[in-house]
Design a protein around this ligand. Structure first.
Ligand SMILES: [Zn+2]
Length: 387
């Protein structure tokens, strides 16, 4: 409520960087007013909610890679291709609510049809959806990966026009299918879709217009061609070759040296474990990427399959831990790190005075057991309790 001072207490607070005991957050008008680690009493005028000694307060989670208007069924491609706009907007509205429910308060949507995500953002009040950063339809070659979303563009003129259109419509990021994928007939994750000169042009124009860039790439050869171009984030980074997973060390070193964000889809719902053999290769490089010190952020790819339907996010954090990331680093990647990756480092992913009051309450310590991220007790979005 406007003008109401809220005091949230719990046994621990993780502020996006470090953990403090005896935490209290003061919230007013959708913003964090103060973070207190000293165990002091709430101001007398505050409405106080104490979640108890075992609970943890954290910044709302950030998902660097989702597809809100994809329905997360085995027929997701058919639906996103042929369903009408209102049906897809209904799907997106449900997925937005599902995201909030598991503690995801900010998402970067990296591929919709007809810029529907921007429409969703305009239509829904903040408390009914996560904060949304959006790419619109990804740039792709003619007939290339996910061409059915409407983002086909080839050659300098078309590519520049496509970047400008996204800027004019209000997108914050340009997504490029640098390589292929599995979802489109005739397409393969090993294919390269653009010449590096074309990609340079896209990156430069996006930068000129104040947009970031994200490149989809599964193949080792594709990654080798694009690692030094200056993309803000790389998506999937599966290091696939014709013979299976093949990490090329020099490429990974370049990614680490540049500080490029690496967005990893590290989780599926437990009922899909273990993943199918043909999908397992997607996870084969993750332990080496984690060990490399790259700037990893969780990007679930939510919506494209049933295994990765919306709401899968906590399992992606469990996955990062499984591939060797220390639990505290997982929490940092899920909050401050991912907020920086999506361009909202100032206001999201941190509990500090002036940040948005997007908050997750967990029932127990995620440092003791990363599975605690599934145990969400409350979620606040812009200062209002939404779960
Ligand atoms: Zn995706």
């Amino acid at each position: 409520m406007r003008g109401e001072l809220l005091a949230l207490k719990a046994g621990h607070v993780f502020d996006g960087a470090r953990v403090g005991p005896s935490g209290m957050l003061l919230v007013e008008d959708g913003m964090i007013l103060d973070v207190d680690f000293t165990g002091s009493e709430p101001p007398f005028e505050a409405t106080t909610l104490d979640f108890g000694p075992d609970a943890w307060l954290l910044p709302g989670f950030v998902d660097a890679h989702v597809h809100l208007c994809w329905d997360g069924t085995k027929d997701a491609v058919a639906h996103v291709t042929s369903d009408d706009r209102e049906t897809l907007l209904d799907v997106a509205r449900e997925n937005a609510a599902r995201s909030l429910d598991v503690g995801v308060t900010t998402v970067r949507d990296l591929g919709d049809r007809d810029y529907l995500t921007l429409e969703l953002r305009d239509r829904l009040p903040a408390v009914q959806r996560p904060e949304i950063v959006a790419s619109g339809p990804p740039l792709t070659s003619r007939g290339g990966h996910c061409h059915f979303l409407g983002g086909e563009a080839e050659g300098a003129d078309e590519l520049l026009a496509a970047v400008r259109e996204r800027a004019e419509r209000g997108c914050e990021v340009v997504k490029v299918m640098a390589g292929g994928g599995d979802l489109t007939p005739g397409d393969s994750p090993l294919m390269q879709q653009y010449h590096p000169d074309d990609l340079r042009l896209v990156i430069a124009e996006a930068r000129r217009l104040g947009l970031t860039t994200a490149a989809h790439a599964h193949g080792t050869d594709t990654l080798a061609e694009i690692a030094d171009l200056g993309f803000h984030s790389l998506e999937h980074v599966s290091f696939l070759t014709r013979y299976g997973v093949g990490v090329r060390r020099a490429v990974l070193d370049e990614v680490v040296r540049r500080g490029t964000f690496v967005s990893l889809s590290a989780g599926v719902f437990p009922e899909y474990e273990p993943v199918l053999p043909e999908e397992a290769a997607r996870f084969g490089a993750m332990d080496e990427i984690v060990a490399s010190g790259a700037r990893i952020v969780p990007g679930t790819d939510s919506g494209v399959t049933a295994a990765k339907a919306h709401g899968v996010y906590p399992y992606a954090l469990v996955g990062l831990a499984r591939y060797g990331m220390p639990h505290l680093d997982v929490l940092r990647a899920a909050t401050r790190g991912a907020a920086e990756a999506v361009g909202l480092g100032g206001t999201k992913g941190a509990l500090r005075p002036g940040a948005d009051a997007d908050i997750v309450v967990l029932g127990s310590s995620p440092l003791d057991d990363i599975g605690a991220v599934v145990d969400v007790r409350a979620v606040y979005r812009a200062g209002e309790r939404v779960r």
